[in-house]
Design a protein around this ligand. Structure first.
Ligand code: ADP
Length: 366
């Protein structure tokens, strides 16, 4: 069923991480100033940017979650697709923000937005007597433009195709039904163990792949239907106790969490050989994503109608999240260090363009 909905601008949050111990030891200088009251960030001594949310180095996981993630989840419960992206150079805090660090070892207090969102979803939906809820999860990685199923590891890369309605489908991606928060956290652990992690000169745990963790949420609600009760009573012609009659309504939503590969330019990491080829191909995905973001944020190009979604797997998979049927939040992570100034300015400009994008979310009802 189609609902006419208004446009929804892609929202952008910036998070500046604190100095790390080694940066303190080397007396790194800061290049960013935060103005949370006006949601502005000043980089270097020149550029000021304004976003929907700006979080400084002291922001705790809970505060970020309550301010900009919990309100997005209300949309999921109402039947809208929601996407949350993490963008930024390697070492800027994407993993810390998304999962809270190493999901295999962190405690609940340090949980990032994914496990917190999972807790909220189960606590909100599980104990509703009027509602049957089915929650399932999938976890994909895009590595050198190949799609890998992180929850069903084999040597085969998965293919994508478009269905009759124009939705991009990953053929053969495994989907796992989850009955509890622990079920989902265990899948996150399984997927994170499988994920390609490699050391580069930028960061020992830098991730050179994109990862998309998706929750599929279906709600079947039973509502008493008073009109059918009356019809049944009058059909019988007798005033006897009426049978209970219910209508079942259906809402579904997809919640994507996307952890993008590091946004740094190749030259900076001094990668060579196999790693250099990887960087190029990973960056070609990010480049394609950047082209999509640029085209969508430019009213003339957007009106022209050609948005280059088909240039890479990541842009095909994120078509709905950028310019399509989803409500989207991009969290751009930024290092405070002056040595990272250029990368931070690039990331903030990218985020600014993303904030110009308008999506057209449609409620998934039946
Ligand atoms: P990325 O995923 O972007 O490569 P990480 O999330 O691994 O970066 O962060 C790099 C380092 O910075 C990690 O040691 C992480 O614990 C730390 N860090 C990042 N953001 C924060 C934050 N907001 N508060 C405290 N430490 C952080």
């Amino acid at each position: 069923m189609v609902n006419n909905e208004s446009e929804f601008r892609v929202k952008v949050a910036i998070r500046v991480r604190p100095f790390l111990q080694r940066e303190k030891t080397h007396e790194q200088k800061s290049c960013v100033a935060i103005h949370p009251q006006t949601n502005q960030i000043v980089v270097g001594d020149r550029k000021t940017f304004k976003y929907d949310f700006v979080f400084g180095p002291k922001t705790q996981q809970e505060e970020l979650y309550e301010t900009c993630i919990a309100p997005m989840l209300t949309n999921v419960f109402d039947g809208y697709n929601v996407t949350i992206f993490a963008y930024g150079q390697t070492g800027s805090g994407k993993t810390y923000t998304m999962t809270g660090g190493n999901i295999l070892s962190i405690g609940e207090k340090d949980y990032g937005i994914v496990p917190r969102a999972v807790q909220t979803i189960f606590h909100t939906l599980q104990n509703r007597p009027d509602c049957r809820v089915t929650i399932s999860a999938s976890y994909l990685e895009i590595y050198k433009d190949d799609i890998i199923d992180l929850l069903d590891i084999n040597d085969k890369a998965l293919d994508v195709r478009d269905d009759a309605a124009g939705n991009t489908i990953v053929v053969g991606a495994s989907e796992h039904t989850c009955h509890s928060v622990d079920d989902v956290v265990n899948l996150l652990k399984k997927g994170s163990t499988a994920r390609h992690i490699g050391a580069t000169q930028m960061n020992d745990e830098s991730s050179r792949s994109h990862a998309i963790f998706t929750l599929h949420i279906e709600q079947r609600m039973r509502e008493k239907n008073s009109s059918s009760l009356m019809i049944q009573a009058s059909f019988d012609g007798l005033m006897k106790p009426a049978q209970a009659a219910f209508d079942e309504s259906y809402l579904s939503a997809k919640l994507h969490f996307v952890d993008l590969a590091g946004s740094e330019r190749v030259a900076r990491t001094h990668n060579t050989g196999e790693r250099f080829q990887e960087s190029i191909r990973i960056n070609s995905g990010l480049l394609a994503l950047g082209n999509v973001v640029s085209a969508l944020s430019d009213p003339k190009k957007r009106a022209g109608g050609h948005i280059p979604y088909r240039d890479s797997k990541i842009t095909r998979l994120l078509k709905d999240s950028l310019g399509g049927n989803a409500k989207t939040l991009m969290i751009t992570c930024v290092s405070p260090c002056i040595v990272d100034l250029d990368e931070s300015v690039n990331a903030l400009q990218y985020a600014h363009r993303a904030s110009q994008i308008r999506n057209k979310p449609i409620k998934n009802v039946d």
